[in-house]
Ligand binder design. Structure first.
Ligand code: NA7
Length: 554
């Protein structure tokens, strides 16, 4: 299938002058031009022939990959799976160069998609949606932008990403810091020159673990500030061989099927064997083989790693022993391997020489559990025990995940209730797709969907296809609005909760899956942990049964 035959642009012809702009009528407005927004535009415009527009804050397409330009930024999903699969021709014609794609290559890919499907005329860049209000009398969403434009649309679709609202900790004194500071998710396009500088890196999640080795190579000195020690497996990134590229071209359908059926949407399956039923020697040999292979497949070595603490302990001990083996300084090794949560119960990073970096003379490690940050001073970071003099501070402190980007927009639904009010106790919705009280609003990879627990492109495609089919159904049946009923949302919330509790993920109290990284955020396990395959089946069944759990009104 190909979508090359795109119609001419259907966007409003020109951008009206800011204040007092007239209302522009569209069928659908999509917020964000990353993987989700671009594919949603393609589906609505070219398949349903709707008048649709993407509004994007950045001055280019790419979403996450437009903003996250920090040193070492790379995807943890393998490149051949971190791609759209809606068009076999697209999969076959795009050639990834490495096993894990680096940020510039992903951005090139997304720009290629924008051009190939002629999406650009219907993407409004440099424009941020600030507010959206549902008007019941007209059954339209009234959407405001920071450019002073106002749109009236029947369908509002958020494609804002799960990890896009930067979490910058409120540390006293930051404003007085005499050097420069950056958050990895809002990295300057011109880059940052670390040459000869003393750099402090706060955060040891996937981002900090990717950035540290690269920063250490050019900085005069790097201090890594670690609050929670983390597991990481070697990525063993490498150029892709011609054989592998050929294999992908010849197995598009097969790869797609595996991704759709597995728990995490990756192109590999989880072994059927149990860690506890496997003799210790054999188990370690399997872990060693997985370690040598590298990447997230390590998680798939045994079926019970995320459901059984004793099984998980075997993987955790294996990785901790590896850390102690790699890191030569026993004090650093002890701090890095003092991990207090089960393996992969927080987002598991993969790395290129992260632990090896601590063997460099110019790299120090600060254990924030032992000596927390007290303040930032003009000279650097003051912990309980010392002042660390710095020229640059890098915050690799993650995101207000899943809800942050949505709640930044003033979204007001039926009866004047805002999304912030509706979600005061945590995100509540049906299937992660729609919120009671917010008719015709769809949230791509919203909380309550597999989202961050899944390789995102297949999850995004599934959401977009579902939303597109739903809108087609509404149009074909003369239905004006769709909204989940409260009972369906409550039942789904219980399912999301139960799915998390069936794993070890829900037990980690400092996890951003629970909102614990943002002070004051409700502690609710947000992504659906029941597996991508099961989730797809559930969504399909709901659509097949005439959208059970949703209220459809003419
Ligand atoms: P993460 O996974 O949220 O990691 C953030 C790191 O920053 C983590 O080590 C946090 O420690 C640490 N952090 C956060 N706030 C603070 C403060 N106030 N003081 C010290 N340390 C802090 O974000 P990433 O960007 O690494 O990764 C997010 C995902 O985005 C990732 O999975 C990729 O797919 C892309 P904590 O563990 O909370 O104690």
């Amino acid at each position: 299938m190909t979508d090359r035959a795109a119609p001419a642009s259907n966007a409003p012809a020109s951008r009206p002058e800011a204040a007092g702009a007239s209302l522009q009528h569209l069928d659908a407005l999509i917020i964000g031009a990353g993987f989700s927004g671009m594919y949603q535009l393609l589906r609505l415009r070219d398949h349903l022939r709707l008048k649709a527009l993407v509004v994007e804050a950045g001055d280019g397409v790419g979403g996450t990959w437009y903003w996250n330009r920090y040193p070492g930024a790379r995807c943890d999903s393998e490149s051949h799976s971190y791609s759209y699969y809606f068009d076999d021709d697209l999969v076959r014609e795009w050639e990834w160069s490495e096993r894990y794609p680096a940020q510039p290559e992903i951005l090139r890919y997304l720009n290629h998609v924008a051009d190939r499907y002629r999406l650009r005329p219907d993407i409004r860049l440099n424009t941020r949606v600030t507010a959206a209000r549902y008007d019941a009398s007209s059954n339209r969403w009234l959407v405001d932008t920071d450019a002073g434009e106002r749109f009236s649309v029947q369908f509002l679709i958020t494609a804002v990403g799960c990890l896009s609202a930067a979490n910058i900790p409120d540390i006293p004194g930051l404003a007085d810091f005499a050097g420069r500071w950056y958050h990895t998710g809002e990295w300057p396009h011109e880059g940052v020159d670390f040459t000869g500088r003393r750099v402090g890196l706060i955060g040891t999640g996937s981002t900090g673990i990717q950035a540290a080795p690269v920063i250490a190579e050019s900085a005069a000195h790097l201090t890594v500030f670690q609050r929670t020690a983390n597991y990481s497996m070697p990525a063993h990134n490498a150029p892709l061989s011609e054989e592998f590229k050929q294999y992908v071209r010849e197995h598009v359908d097969e790869i797609r099927k595996v991704m759709h059926a597995t728990t995490n949407g990756h192109p590999f399956t989880i072994a059927e064997r149990s860690a506890l039923d496997t003799p210790a020697e054999q188990r370690d040999a399997l872990y060693e083989a997985a370690w040598q292979k590298g990447g997230l497949q390590f998680r798939g070595t045994f079926k019970d790693l995320l459901t059984d603490q004793a099984a998980n302990d075997t993987a955790a001990e294996f990785i901790k022993a590896k850390i102690r083996q790699i890191v030569k300084d026993p004090v650093k090794a002890a701090v890095l391997s003092d991990i207090d949560h089960p393996f992969a119960a927080k987002r598991p990073p993969i790395d290129t020489d992260y632990f090896e970096t601590f063997n460099r003379d110019n790299v120090a490690l600060v254990d924030l559990r032992a000596s927390p940050i007290v303040a930032i001073t003009p000279q650097g970071i003051r912990t309980k025990d010392a002042l660390h003099r710095l020229d640059i501070i890098v915050f690799a402190t993650g995101f207000d995940a899943l809800t942050g980007a949505l709640l930044k927009i003033e979204i007001e639904g039926r009866d004047g209730i805002t999304l912030r009010q509706a979600w005061r106790a945590g995100p509540r919705n049906y299937l992660g797709l729609q919120v009671p009280g917010f008719p015709n609003l769809f949230t791509i990879t919203g909380p309550g969907s597999p989202s961050v627990l899944c390789n995102l492109p297949p999850q995004i495609e599934q959401h977009v296809d579902w939303i597109t089919a739903c809108i087609r159904h509404l149009r074909e049946h003369g239905i004006a609005r769709i909204e989940p009923v409260d009972e369906a949302a409550d039942t789904w919330q219980r399912e999301v909760d139960a799915a998390a509790k069936a794993t070890l993920l829900a037990d980690v109290k400092h996890s951003w899956y629970l909102g614990a990284n943002v002070p004051g955020k409700p502690r609710v396990f947000m992504p659906y942990a029941g597996g991508f395959g099961r989730y797809r089946d559930k969504c399909e069944e709901v659509a097949r049964t005439g959208y059970a759990g949703f209220r459809l009104e003419r």
